[in-house]
Design a protein around this ligand. Structure first.
Ligand SMILES: Nc1ncnc2c1ncn2[C@@H]1O[C@H](COP(=O)(O)OP(=O)(O)O)[C@@H](O)[C@H]1O
Ligand SMILES: [Mg+2]
Length: 241
């Protein structure tokens, strides 16, 4: 469903030019949870921003459910942001004065859904993330893990086929982080309505629980298992022999 071919992106010019993405080629299938890892500053957020239609690449192409883009500026990919991609951030990005229900419903209303329908879809999304009994709480009355569930409900309420999650468990304790990962897996592996999730994480344990892991290194992605990503093969190789 997502196919990226030879995507490149640099910032700056001349001597100050920084080549961040040097030809990213990767694909994500429908129903797949893919973890993206890599050292800080290697371009993970840049890659997500281009996929999400917030930033244009310099070269290469993205094909998301048949929609082709990648080098087009943000104003040419409004449909990608409205219909194809949902976002989940490290710090939730909820509105503090609105209930869980209104946070989710408002996002739908902003994309053109009428209020009544927005409310019923918001309520269904909150049920789906296990917050059916917390709909009228405001963020301050919810734990970090519950707040991230509201953000996930907001992201899935619009029925977008791809969720981009940039360090979604970065502000959560270990148990809540595991819960979020399990919820992601349930959403991806749902028989009736599977979605795909591309998730940036620094946590090797969470990454190892995804369907697949990609490592972004030196501007390119490599398929990876957890051992080679952390250099464990080199370190432990001797002992195993
Ligand atoms: N708008 C920008 N202008 C200039 N440099 C940028 C910009 N956005 C990101 N960078 C640089 O690109 C590199 C990759 O950043 P980023 O994608 O945020 O990395 P990551 O998310 O992997 O930590 C970093 O060196 C960062 O400083
Ligand atoms: Mg980042």
């Amino acid at each position: 469903m997502l196919q990226i071919d030879s995507l490149t992106k640099s910032f700056g010019f001349g001597a100050a030019k920084l080549e961040v993405l040097k030809g990213i080629t990767l694909s994500v299938e429908q129903g797949e949870l893919v973890a993206l890892m890599g050292p800080s500053g290697c371009g993970k957020s840049t890659l997500l921003n281009i996929i999400g239609g917030l930033l244009s690449g310099d070269g290469g192409e993205i094909d998301l459910n048949g929609r082709k883009y990648g080098r087009k500026g943000p104003s040419s990919v409004v449909d990608v942001r409205r219909e194809l991609v949902g976002w989940i951030f490290q710090d939730f990005h909820l509105l503090n004065n609105l209930s869980a229900l209104d946070n989710v419903a408002m996002a739908l209303e902003l994309s053109g859904v009428d209020s009544k329908q927005a409310e019923s879809r918001a309520s269904a999304a909150l049920e789906r993330v296990g917050l059916g009994d917390r709909m009228h709480h405001i963020p301050d009355q919810l734990s970090g893990g519950q707040q991230q569930r509201v953000a996930i409900a907001r992201a899935i309420a619009g029925n977008r086929p791809l969720l981009l999650a940039d360090e979604p468990t970065g502000n959560l304790d270990i148990a809540s982080g595991k819960d979020v990962l399990q919820l992601f897996k349930d959403l991806c592996h749902d028989e009736d309505n599977p979605i795909s999730i591309l998730m940036v994480t620094h946590d090797p344990e969470l990454a190892a629980n995804a369907d697949r892991m990609l490592l972004l290194r030196d501007g390119k992605t490599e398929a990876s298992d957890i051992r080679s990503a952390w250099g464990l093969d080199d370190e432990l190789g001797g002992e195993e022999e």
